[in-house]
Design a protein around this ligand. Structure first.
Ligand SMILES: [Zn+2]
Ligand SMILES: [Zn+2]
Length: 282
């Protein structure tokens, strides 16, 4: 069984009730944080997960809303571990430069803590791996592979497919429909996809907002990807505009007009269990 928890279902727009884009995937005894938006560690704490317990941080792309709390994940991992435990960070090309710049920004803090704590003797340990395609993880029965997505002009961007014990989950990140995402998601137990309501966004007479229409999937487009790929369950997140209380069924109906199987959406901490061939929501 793979457990998916929507830690943050928000977007760049600050929302009092939704943390920034981030999803937690637990498979066997391993825990993967996929993207690290605003407030992610607070949400993770709510389900008993801390930075020290992460097996790896997976980044779909380097848009700010998806990496807002990279510094928090790196620093909290560093100060809450008591032996050297490098944090694997897997992302698209460009990730190493962003991580290096983050560490540079943290340099004063790092120097303060090394000077003050006798048992902290080196800076945060991270292991950055950049990929656009292929297998990226094979450990303890968990396999992960990546494929390119299409979020242009943001590029490169990648989606992740995590497999464990016959169960599988694909995390699309931000993408418009594309053949490589279809192939990555083919036959998966669940597809976690970010979505925007193009019908609502298009009505707002503000160019800066309508600019986002061309590089995100609408609810129906995400559902189309799920249908073509034949996934068991579609999990929607990163709602733009923020999913307001009472509107869940409107969003679900749009997805259901295209995708015939189970559809999951909701608030931060919504949890879905993905079993081989079956999916159970909590
Ligand atoms: Zn993005
Ligand atoms: Zn985004």
């Amino acid at each position: 069984m793979i457990e998916v928890t929507l830690l943050g279902t928000g977007s760049p727009m600050v929302d009092a009730n939704r943390a920034g884009p981030s999803t937690l995937v637990r498979a066997g005894d391993q825990t993967f944080l996929v993207d690290c938006g605003r407030g992610v560690l607070q949400r993770a704490a709510a389900i008993g997960v801390g930075a020290a317990g992460l097996s790896a941080l997976l980044l779909t792309h380097l848009h700010s809303d998806h990496i807002t709390d990279l510094n928090d994940v790196i620093t909290t991992r560093w100060v809450t571990t008591f032996e050297r435990t490098p944090l694997p960070i897997i992302g698209p090309p460009g990730t190493a430069a962003v991580v290096a710049a983050t560490l540079e920004a943290l340099a004063p803090d790092v120097s303060y803590r090394i000077a003050h704590h006798a048992d902290i003797t080196e800076p945060p340990a991270v292991e950055v791996h950049e990929y656009t395609e292929g297998p990226v993880w094979d450990d303890g029965g968990v396999q992960i592979r990546v494929a390119p997505t299409d979020h242009r002009p943001v590029e490169p961007t990648i989606g992740f497919r995590i497999e464990y014990g016959g169960a599988s989950v694909v995390l699309a990140g931000d993408s418009v429909p594309c053949a490589s995402l279809d192939a990555l998601a083919a036959g998966a137990g669940a597809l976690v996809h970010t979505v925007i309501r193009k019908d609502l966004v298009a009505r707002v007479p503000m160019q800066r907002l309508t600019d986002i229409l061309d590089y995100h999937s609408s609810v129906e487009e995400a559902a189309g990807t799920a249908t073509r790929a034949g996934v068991g369950t579609l999990i929607l997140t990163h709602y733009v505009p923020p999913l307001a209380p009472g509107q869940e069924e409107d969003w679900r109906a749009l997805a259901a007009s295209v995708f015939p199987r189970q559809i999951e959406l909701g608030d931060d901490l919504h949890r879905v269990e993905v079993h081989p061939g079956v999916c159970v929501n909590r």
